[in-house]
Design a protein around this ligand. Structure first.
Ligand code: URA
Length: 278
């Protein structure tokens, strides 16, 4: 509640007006969240709970193919009070809570939220935790993580200077690919993390991460090697480090992708803290 410029307590009328304005903002935010399908308090990153199959069009018997994904549901723009509300990583982690939004919670040990500073110039997005990450609770700490650390260092950065997250925060059993409902449940949290971290460049690792973030369905070979736009952020898809461990002859191409990222960060005026490997 504000006070007058000279520090005197506000008049009762001013207090009433300020409270009324706050109530209006809150009502608008709550309404927007309800239309978005949220079941928790405003600011919560809960996805739409259930997608509804469209009814058959009049005169037809075939159901209209429906856009079943949460992302495809058209929403009005959030109200101004909410648009401004970029949440901190700590708040987003709080909203995620001991998540049970999808079936992965039944088999996971630890939620792997993501690590790194906020903001961070550079953000890496992988697919989902493996066994080591599930045990420890941090992304990319196993063999693939060791290679990712080397890739980051070759670019002139340290692991703790970049933000690292995954498209799903719980381990898919047996390291299978995450399923659409699991990805949809986690997506609002990944989006909120990207907003909080405000990276200048995102590097997606492997096909699922590139496809999910870009909203496409394309082989990594057709996506990597060039920049894409993700909501105004430059995004470079490259190979997943686990794939590079199995297919070392592809490392040269991956390094080519990362060199483009180095050059782009230079161009944006946010160069690596240390000289990248030549
Ligand atoms: N692979 C991923 O995609 N993410 C991790 O965190 C670990 C391995």
């Amino acid at each position: 509640m504000s006070s007058t410029p000279d520090g005197d307590p506000p008049e009762p009328g001013e207090v009433r007006e300020e409270l009324a304005a706050l109530a209006r903002d809150l009502r608008a935010s709550l309404g927007w969240h309800r239309r978005a399908g949220a079941w928790s308090v405003p600011g919560g990153a809960s996805p739409r709970p259930v997608a509804v199959e469209a009814a058959p069009a009049a005169g037809t018997t075939t159901p209209v193919p429906s856009a079943l994904t949460a992302a495809a549901v058209a929403l009005d723009d959030p109200p101004p009070a909410l648009r401004a509300a970029v949440r901190s990583l700590a708040v987003i982690r709080d909203e995620l809570g001991p998540c049970t939004r999808c079936k992965l919670h039944k088999t996971r040990n630890k939620i792997v939220f993501g690590v790194g500073p906020e903001p961070a110039t550079l953000m890496f997005i992988g697919e989902g935790p493996g066994a080591d990450e599930d045990r420890i609770g941090d992304p990319f700490v196993g063999k693939a993580g060791e290679l990712l650390d080397k890739m980051i260092e070759a670019m002139g950065w340290q692991r703790d200077e970049v933000y690292i997250a995954n498209i799903v925060k719980c381990r898919p059993p047996g390291n299978r690919n995450p399923e659409p409902d699991e990805i949809a449940a986690c997506r609002p949290f990944l989006d909120a993390q990207i907003q909080a971290v405000r990276p200048r460049v995102i590097v997606t690792l492997g096909r699922p991460a590139a496809n999910v973030v870009l909203g496409v369905d394309a082989p990594i070979s057709t996506l990597r090697g060039r920049f894409h736009d993700h909501r105004g952020i430059r995004l470079m898809p490259t190979f997943h480090p686990a794939y590079l461990l199995r297919t070392p002859e592809k490392k040269r191409e991956a390094w080519g992708d990362l060199k483009q990222v180095i050059a782009e960060l230079d161009r944006l005026g946010v160069p690596a803290p240390r000289p990248p490997r030549a």
